[in-house]
Design a protein around this ligand. Structure first.
Ligand code: BGC
Length: 366
């Protein structure tokens, strides 16, 4: 071998050794844990009683594990103290990042202080964590847009721009302890308010304030009982309900049950326009059989993928992907957020959106 070849071989060997050691040091932290694997991530979900949170939890666990993380996934049965205990256990276990979908966004301030003291980063998942500086990022869907899609649907189906009306409408919104609920309500109400002001839309119950139409814990039975009262008090004389803006699918189910009991769903008394959100299985079935008009699809796989990439970026010390730095003020600071896009769904596009994309099987919807 001549001198040049010897030098070339030596340089190649050096490059090989350097790159091999770079891979090893990338994969191992100072504590000996694998940087992508080994690290424990805490995922706190509010409840298993609503379908979407099971999907959110499953997707988060699956996608984090695919990246090599360990996952402590907990559901709190919609009980605030249970969620606090679960989070404190995660802090004791020294999770590296906490991903929290809260039950009551304002009830975790002390717990978040503890997480910050332990150096744990926090991502608010879907629902904003309020009144604490110790939240690092927020990932959700564009909640105001969810409401806008619902409001525009009613506007279009009743042809409010052209027809004289008047039409009867009622509102059923979400839980007052969930920051999202007001965004959903405002999104829809802002579209419909001009028609209420001009008299094309009439709200016979007179309930147009968020506090009046809210549904604690998004509970179907609570929404049903409220609609029962509204029907008895305002529609007894044969007045027809033309639309109900329901902020999500669980409240829509309650409203649909109430309306069925009141005789809606027949040829001379068809269901009013009813909106929803989440594309829960019973609600997609209700869209197919004509009891619910639409829903808003929020693909929980997309949200989970976004949060997983945030977790990954935090732990790798690289820039965390966000696309909104103005909208979500938690009372303490504006959260760097990633807003995923919600999508309109009804009986005409559900196959493409939900079946073809592998979200559900057709047999799920029977
Ligand atoms: C979520 C909705 C869900 C509701 C009830 C909200 O925070 O954004 O998707 O329907 O909670 O679980």
């Amino acid at each position: 071998m001549n001198r040049a070849k010897v030098w070339f071989a030596a340089v190649l060997a050096l490059i090989f050794l350097l790159s091999a050691s770079a891979c090893t040091s990338n994969a191992t932290t100072s504590s000996g844990e694998n940087a992508a694997g080994g690290d424990l991530i805490g995922v706190a979900m509010p409840t298993q009683s609503l379908q979407r949170w099971n999907q959110d939890g499953d997707n988060m666990k699956k996608q984090l594990e695919e990246k090599g993380y360990q996952v402590d996934l907990q559901y709190a049965n919609n009980d605030i103290n249970t969620q606090i205990t679960q989070l404190e256990n995660m802090i004791t276990k020294q999770v590296k990042v906490l991903v929290i979908a809260s039950i009551d966004g304002s009830s975790l301030t002390d717990t978040l202080n503890k997480a910050a003291d332990a150096g744990i980063k926090v991502i608010a998942y879907d629902r904003l964590l309020m009144n604490s500086p110790n939240v690092d990022y927020y990932a959700t869907f564009d909640n105001y847009k969810v409401g806008t899609i619902q409001g525009q649907y009613v506007e279009e189906k009743l042809d409010l721009k052209n027809s004289a009306g008047p039409f009867n409408i009622e509102f059923t919104s979400g839980s007052p302890d969930d920051n999202n609920a007001l965004f959903f309500f405002n999104g829809a109400f802002d579209v419909l308010k001009p028609y209420i002001d001009s008299g094309k839309l009439i709200v016979p119950s007179g309930q147009t304030q968020f506090e009046q139409v809210a549904t604690l814990a998004w509970d179907s039975a609570t929404a049903q009982a409220r609609m029962d009262n509204i029907i008895t008090a305002n529609y007894a004389g044969g007045a027809k309900l033309d639309a109900v803006v329901c902020s999500n699918d669980s409240t829509a189910l309650g409203v649909e049950a109430s309306l069925k009991n009141a005789g809606y769903g027949s040829a001379d008394k068809p269901f009013p326009i009813i909106t929803g959100q989440d594309c829960d299985k019973p609600n997609v079935a209700a869209m197919i059989n004509g009891e619910q008009s639409m829903s808003v699809f929020k693909d929980t796989r997309t949200l989970a993928a976004q949060v997983v990439s945030m977790v990954d970026a935090i732990l790798k010390g690289v820039e965390v992907p966000v696309n909104d730095t103005a909208t979500y003020n938690n009372g303490s600071k504006i959260l760097p957020s990633f807003l995923c896009d919600p999508v309109f769904a009804d009986k005409d596009n559900y196959k493409e959106l939900l079946i073809d994309s592998g979200y559900y099987k057709e047999s799920d919807l029977q």
